[in-house]
Design a protein around this ligand. Structure first.
Ligand SMILES: [Zn+2]
Ligand SMILES: [Zn+2]
Length: 402
């Protein structure tokens, strides 16, 4: 054994100078590993929670980052699933792209055509760009990082009269556009797309539906709603999703870098929690179809009551550590997740913060329940902020058992 190690050592000594001589002008500083943000979450209903951003732009429409760059950014931001959803109708960088390739064209760069169709229909030449390029660019890098990349696009029409819609799980982005927005949606549906109504309140005075929206929803052309877009949250949209059985999503709709919008690590980026059995395109789609999603933004979690309640209960553990001679209990509550919870006991105020991976203690009088409102969990709209938020109760008889 000793002889063997001597041989290895001799080999290292012999080979090392060869490497050093490769470029004697360079010194190698200690390598810093790249850190990925992680949001630690519980399982809910036996499913894993994966983090998805279903609404992302790149330089192929009006974003500042390449499609491949979006994958790297999302990976280090802690996401598992992304959809690159560039605008079909609005692609302002196309002029720059053509200019960059002008050497390839006799007589200079051609002018972009039909690259701004938000308010007017395309000429008969139609869209000349290949709209599948961003997905094709992102797919392989995503696979190499163990992520799911969903093929998608965003239909981008008049914000008030028609609105914006993401088509997810499409087959061919180039055969979707039609001057008639409803026909575009039907073209996407024909490919098996799930349709998400994006930012329903953007550049409008209300999130409520107009006649056009009503028709789409009534004809079951909508599968989900973006109840949070970046930092803008429409509490009333939770009701719409519950009433019409639609998945709830929160997405960044990121155009610049996420470091710019989410202050490096101050906030995890807005995303949708997808409750799926594994990380595959099929399981992610199944979770959206079955509406097993929660919306997450700026440490608020929104969703269907039965999912939100289990999410909270699986996030905290409770232990009675002491019972006084008068029967008063000291209860320790421990948060085993990365989500800080704002707990309010009784009527007013913001309450107590239960930080991630920390514990707090409560005193509970004899035979009293321990009940509180979790201020950053949302299960219904917010017209009466103090009465409609999730209320969690640990009954006295349960505490007595512990
Ligand atoms: Zn949009
Ligand atoms: Zn968008």
């Amino acid at each position: 054994m000793k002889r063997f190690s001597t041989i290895i050592l001799a080999l290292i000594v012999a080979v090392a100078p060869l490497y050093a001589q490769k470029n004697p002008d360079l010194r190698w500083l200690p390598k810093t590993p790249s850190h990925r943000a992680e949001l630690i979450l519980p399982q809910v209903k036996g499913y894993n929670i994966y983090k998805a951003d279903l609404h992302i732009h790149t330089v192929y429409s009006d974003g500042d980052v390449s499609a491949k760059g979006r994958v790297t950014e999302a990976y280090y931001d802690g996401l598992d699933i992304i959809a690159i959803t560039d605008h079909i109708e609005y692609r302002p960088y196309e002029a720059q792209m053509l200019k960059a390739t002008q050497g390839y064209h006799e007589g200079g760069a051609p002018k972009p055509k039909n690259h701004h169709l938000t308010y007017k229909p395309a000429s008969e030449e139609g869209i000349l760009a290949d709209l599948n390029v961003p997905y094709n660019e992102a797919k392989k890098p995503g696979e190499r990082l163990g992520m799911v990349v969903i093929p998608g696009v965003e239909m981008t029409r008049h914000p008030d009269k028609i609105g914006h819609y993401n088509f997810l799980f499409i087959e061919d982005a180039n055969t979707i556009y039609d001057p008639d927005p409803e026909q575009s949606i039907r073209n996407a549906k024909k490919q098996g797309a799930l349709v998400m109504h994006n930012h329903p309140g953007w550049r409008r005075k209300t999130v409520d539906m107009n006649e056009f929206h009503q028709r789409l929803y009534d004809e079951k052309l909508i599968d989900g709603v973006e109840i949070v877009n970046g930092g803008s949250f429409g509490p009333k949209l939770i009701h719409r999703c519950l009433d019409r059985k639609l998945f709830m999503a929160a997405a960044t709709d990121i155009h610049s870098t996420t470091a710019h919008s989410y202050g490096q690590r101050d906030y995890f980026r807005t995303c949708t929690f997808v409750l799926a059995k594994d990380l595959s395109l099929k399981s992610v789609r199944e979770a959206l179809e079955k509406r097993r999603t929660l919306a997450f933004s700026h440490n608020n979690v929104m969703g269907e009551e039965k999912l939100i309640e289990e999410f909270f209960h699986n996030s905290v553990s409770m232990k009675v550590i002491y019972t006084s001679s008068k029967g008063e209990k000291t209860v320790v509550m421990t948060n085993t997740t990365s989500i800080p919870y704002r707990l309010r006991r009784g009527g007013k105020g913001e309450g107590t913060l239960l930080d991630p991976f920390q514990s707090i203690t409560f005193k509970v009088a004899k035979d009293k329940d321990l009940s509180f409102t979790v201020m950053n969990l949302w299960t219904a709209d917010d017209e009466h902020p103090n009465s409609k938020r999730l209320h969690v109760c640990y009954p006295a008889k349960l505490l007595n058992k512990k």
